[in-house]
Design a protein around this ligand. Structure first.
Ligand SMILES: Cc1cc2nc3c(=O)[nH]c(=O)nc-3n(C[C@H](O)[C@H](O)[C@H](O)COP(=O)(O)O)c2cc1C
Length: 530
């Protein structure tokens, strides 16, 4: 197909779940072929990071004003802590003979397609080279070494996706979930860095092809072809208060010309029974070319303190998805609801300090049980300028009643929306038994038509909002769950949307969790201290 934007929009259309048919996926799951969630490279040196488990000095609420957090020195210990709190293990769960790891970053189906790499040109920190983070071992694998100009010491972090991990279970729709996971990962990284007084600068001007070359992802012989990694994001870790200098991609490419590479990726699955070629196709169409550097200065908003303000590192490690909600819990206090929604607004705090673009995503909220708020369907415009267009696009039946809140907030329709929320979320009770659930409505057609790769960016933005909600739910003493399974056009139909100018790309739910007492919880890294 000639036009990449068209191809991407077709992929999107084709991977919608419909009320009468799910997007194409495997008919049966071959559990013996489940991809290994931990990538390792054989034939390269491994560098153990200092033992995980250290605490950050700050509370979660302190991250609202990241500029006030003292910058910690850039040492291997602190770097290890940042990696642990964003991508490291948070616990093991056991049910009968089955045991699986959870991580600080969530992932659709717990399949974890996201991989993280460091690129260091700072010889005082690490021998200049590219390092792959292995969350299971809390270790770095040295993929390359090169000579770097000691006058320009920098530390970069790159994120990539192994689409196969997600496609194994979810088939064609998996590409979307990989992008959600990247958004979650970027936000997790931004929060963890802020806890150390550091920040993440998203170098979004970089071309995917360059990122692939810098991280060694384009070294095809080092990977099983069906298990290759696609480049997603490339960031600079800023550990001090110095003025931001420009990023010189050419300089980095030049340094890497002298790189010596080590290791090959171990196979993740024994065989690949199902193949989903559409994923490689959409990935190629949605590749990002180099672009002009974009950075955003956002206002600082004064958020009310969270109601269970605890150590940020404790909170990152305790983040979990609720599998069930207590459908009869007391109402969620209004102050908690207000804080959660305020935290979604563009604001000079993580994760938006790692984001370079204006808000394109607006939550449509199914309020079930929030104190002092009538149940019904609501809209939180994250950019009030989008309001006129949203009003024009939505059903004329909506009442657009202004609700008094510390931000713009509209009631679209009052009433019990629990059944509707559950039905559109692939009939999952987590969308109706919670205090509220929501759909993330993205400005779609004109974004993807402008540049095909923005398709991914819209999902990243949604994933980032999901990560905010996960953490904000925990700090309010409740819990959240991402919802990737929803009936796309049923959502659009309910809102009265007639075309693809706006599309719902991700759903989320928050409420009082019901724990499954049959699951045993085990510490994250007992296997390292033994
Ligand atoms: C993009 C995304 C989509 C998800 N979709 C669903 C879903 O539709 N239903 C569900 O029960 N959980 C869903 N989850 C939750 C994951 O299953 C969960 O993150 C994973 O099992 C890891 O568990 P943890 O979040 O407790 O670490 C989703 C998570 C993400 C990040």
């Amino acid at each position: 197909m000639e036009n990449s934007s068209e191809a991407v929009i077709q992929y999107h259309q084709r991977t919608k779940h419909q009320l009468n048919a799910y997007a194409k996926g495997p008919e049966t799951l071959d559990w013996d072929d489940q991809p290994n969630p931990f990538r390792r490279f054989s034939g390269c040196e491994t560098l153990a990071l200092p033992l995980p488990g250290a605490q950050l000095a700050c509370l979660f609420g302190d991250l609202d004003k990241p500029e006030q957090i003292a910058s910690q020195p850039l040492t291997l210990t602190n770097l290890g802590l940042m990696l642990e709190l964003s991508f490291g293990l948070s616990a093991w769960k056991q049910f009968g003979p089955d045991r699986w790891a959870l991580r600080c970053n969530p992932s659709s189906g717990n399949l974890h397609p996201t991989e993280a790499y460091l690129l260091c040109t700072d010889p005082d920190l690490l021998q200049p080279g590219v390092y792959h983070y292995v969350s299971h071992d809390h270790a770095l694998e040295r993929r390359s070494r090169f000579h770097a100009d000691a006058t320009r010491p920098e530390l970069y972090i790159g994120l990539s996706s192994i689409h196969w991990r997600e496609a194994w279970k979810y088939g064609e729709r998996a590409f979307r979930y990989c992008q959600h996971d990247i958004g979650h990962a970027l936000a997790a990284l931004s929060y963890a860095a802020a806890g150390l007084g550091w920040s993440i600068e998203l170098l979004s001007e970089s071309a995917d092809a360059d990122v692939a070359a810098w991280l060694g992802l384009d070294r095809n012989d080092d990977f099983v072809p069906t298990e290759h990694e696609a480049p997603d994001l490339f960031c600079r870790i800023r550990s001090d208060r110095q003025a931001v200098t420009g990023f010189d991609a050419g300089h980095l490419s030049q340094i890497l010309q002298s790189a010596e590479w080590f290791g090959t990726a171990e196979r993740l699955s024994g065989r690949h029974f199902y193949r989903w070629p559409i994923i490689d196709e959409v990935s190629a169409h949605a590749a990002k070319p180099a672009s002009a550097a974009e950075r955003l200065t956002l206002p600082g908003l004064d958020l009310p303190l969270p109601s269970h303000n605890i150590a940020a590192s404790t909170l990152f490690r305790q983040r979990r998805s609720a599998q069930h909600f207590n459908g009869k819990s007391p109402d969620l206090p209004l102050a908690d609801f207000q804080r959660m929604l305020s935290a979604l607004l563009p604001n000079a705090k993580p994760p938006f300090t790692a984001w370079n673009w204006p808000a394109q995503v607006h939550p449509v909220i199914f309020v079930h049980r929030v104190a002092g708020l009538e149940p019904g369907l609501y809209l939180l415009p994250r950019d009030p300028q989008a309001l006129t267009e949203l009003k024009q696009a939505f059903s004329t039946d909506f009442i657009w009643q202004t609700v008094e809140m510390p931000f713009e907030f509209y009631r679209l329709t009052p009433g019990n929306v629990r059944q509707a929320a559950k039905t559109i979320s692939c009939h999952q009770p987590i969308a109706s038994d919670s205090a509220f659930s929501l759909g993330m409505l993205a400005r779609f057609a004109d974004q993807v038509e402008a540049e095909a790769w923005r398709y991914r960016r819209l999902f990243w933005e949604c994933g980032m909002l999901g990560q905010i909600l996960y953490l904000e739910a925990e700090v309010a003493g409740v819990r959240g769950t991402g919802i990737g399974c929803f009936f796309d056009d049923a959502v659009h139909g309910m809102l009265g949307l007639r075309d693809n100018a706006w599309q719902s790309l991700y759903h989320f739910t928050v409420g009082e969790p019901l724990d499954d007492g049959r699951l045993q919880s085990l510490p994250a890294y007992a296997h390292l201290s033994g």
